[in-house]
Design a protein around this ligand. Structure first.
Ligand SMILES: NCc1[nH]cc(CCC(=O)O)c1CC(=O)O
Ligand SMILES: [Mg+2]
Length: 337
C-alpha cells in the first residue's frame, strides 16, 4: 500500500487536478485502444449473394463467400489486422464423426482460400472444433454414453487443422478444450511444412451460457446432446485452473492464448497476462454482444460510448487483442475520433 501517500493528502493532493484539462487527461492515460487490437469474427454460408441475419445478434450477418470477400476488403481498408471465420454447415453435411471438418473443399477451407487470394495482408483465423460438423452439436466424437472422447477427437482435430493450413490459413484456433490437442496440432503442422502457421489456443474456455447466440448463428443450438459442455469446458468458478490450462497450451506450442468469454472473466485475463507474459487475447462473445445491443436498441445505453468503454476494459485487464463482433464498428469509431 501506497507509494502515492507520501505525496500527502488533500489539499496537497487533488486527484481532480490532472482530470481538469483534456491535455492532462491525455498525458496520464494508461491504456489505448487502436484498430490493431481488434479481431472480427465472421459467419460464412454456402451459396452466392447470400446474406442472413442472426435473430439473437442484431447487426451480425451470415455471408456467402463472395460477400464475405467484399466485406474483408472493407476490413483491410479500416486497418483491422485479422478475422476469425466460423462456417455455418448445412444439416446434410453433419455427421456422427464430423468428416466434413477436414474436407479440403469444405466451406471453411474455400472461404480461407478466397479471402487469402483477395486480401493476402489480412490475417485469417479458423476455429478448430467439431461442433459445426457433428449431428449432436458437441465439440468432439462421442462414446456410447454420450461422453466426448478426448484422444479420438484429437485425431479428427489434427486433420481439420492440417486442412485449414493447406488452404492457407494464418492462424488455427482450437476451441474444443480437448487435452493435448495443441501439441498434436503443432506436431502435424511441423510435419507438413507449415512451420509459420500460428496457433491461437482457446486455452481458458469456460462452459458459459453467454455462447447461446453463437450456437444460434452457426445452427448448433438445437442439437447439443446432453445440453451442456461441462465435461470439457471450464467451470466459471475457477481461475487457478485457467493458468494451468494456459501454461500447458504454451508448453505444447501455442503462440497465443485466449480467455473466453471476455468481460465476465477480465480477472482471468489479468492473472494470465501477469503470470505467463505471453500474447493474450480475450473473446467478447456472442452473449456479451447480444446484451449490449439489446440495451442500445432500447435506448438504455449509449451505443458508441459503451462499445469503446467495453473494449478499453480488455486493454486495461492486459489483453493484447480482442475478438469482438463490434470490431468493425469500433474501427470506424476510432477512425472518426
Ligand atoms: N467450439 C465452438 C465455438 N467457438 C466459438 C464459440 C463461441 C463464440 C461466441 O459465443 O461468440 C463456440 C461455441 C461453443 O463452444 O459452444
Ligand atoms: Mg487444455
Amino acid at each position: 500500500m501506497s507509494k502515492s501517500l507520501h505525496r500527502g493528502p488533500y489539499p496537497h493532493t487533488r486527484m481532480r487536478r490532472m482530470r481538469s484539462d483534456d491535455f492532462s487527461r491525455r498525458l496520464m492515460r494508461e491504456n489505448i485502444l487502436t484498430v490493431n487490437d481488434l479481431i472480427y469474427p465472421m459467419f460464412v454460408l454456402e451459396g452466392q449473394g447470400e446474406k442472413e441475419t442472426v435473430a439473437s445478434m442484431p447487426g451480425v450477418e451470415r455471408l456467402s463467400i463472395d460477400l464475405l470477400v467484399q466485406e474483408a476488403k472493407e476490413l483491410v481498408q479500416l486497418g483491422i489486422p485479422a478475422i476469425a471465420l466460423f462456417p455455418v454447415t448445412p444439416q446434410s453435411a453433419k455427421s456422427e464423426f464430423a468428416e466434413e471438418a477436414y474436407n479440403p473443399n469444405g466451406l471453411a477451407q474455400r472461404a480461407v482460400k478466397a479471402i487469402k487470394d483477395a486480401c493476402p495482408e489480412l490475417g485469417v483465423i479458423t476455429d478448430v472444433a467439431l461442433d459445426p460438423f457433428t449431428v449432436h452439436g458437441q465439440d468432439g466424437i462421442l462414446d456410447a454414453n454420450g461422453y466426448v472422447l478426448n484422444d479420438r477427437t484429437i485425431e479428427t482435430l489434427v486433420k481439420q487443422a492440417a486442412s485449414h493450413a493447406d488452404a492457407g490459413v494464418d492462424i488455427v484456433a482450437p476451441s474444443d478444450m480437448m487435452d493435448g490437442r495443441i501439441g498434436a496440432v503443432r506436431q502435424a503442422l511441423e510435419e507438413n511444412g507449415h512451420v509459420n502457421t500460428k496457433i491461437m489456443a482457446y486455452s481458458a474456455k469456460y462452459a458459459s451460457a453467454y455462447y447461446g447466440p453463437f450456437r444460434d448463428a452457426v445452427g448448433s443450438a438445437g442439437n447439443i446432446k446432453g445440453g451442456d459442455k461441462f465435461s470439457y469446458q471450464m467451470d466459471p468458478a475457477n481461475s487457478d485452473e485457467a493458468l494451468h490450462e494456459c501454461a500447458l497450451d504454451l508448453a505444447e506450442g501455442a503462440d497465443m492464448i485466449m480467455v473466453k468469454p471476455g468481460m465476465p472473466y477480465l480477472d482471468v485475463v489479468r492473472r494470465v497476462k501477469d503470470e505467463l507474459l505471453a500474447p493474450t487475447y480475450a473473446y467478447q462473445v456472442s452473449g456479451e454482444y447480444a446484451m449490449h445491443v439489446a440495451a442500445f436498441e432500447n435506448g438504455w445505453l449509449n451505443r458508441e460510448q459503451v462499445i469503446l468503454e467495453s473494449l478499453i476494459s480488455f486493454k486495461r485487464a492486459g489483453a493484447d487483442g480482442i475478438l469482438s463482433y463490434f470490431a468493425k464498428e469500433a474501427a470506424q469509431l476510432l477512425q472518426k475520433k
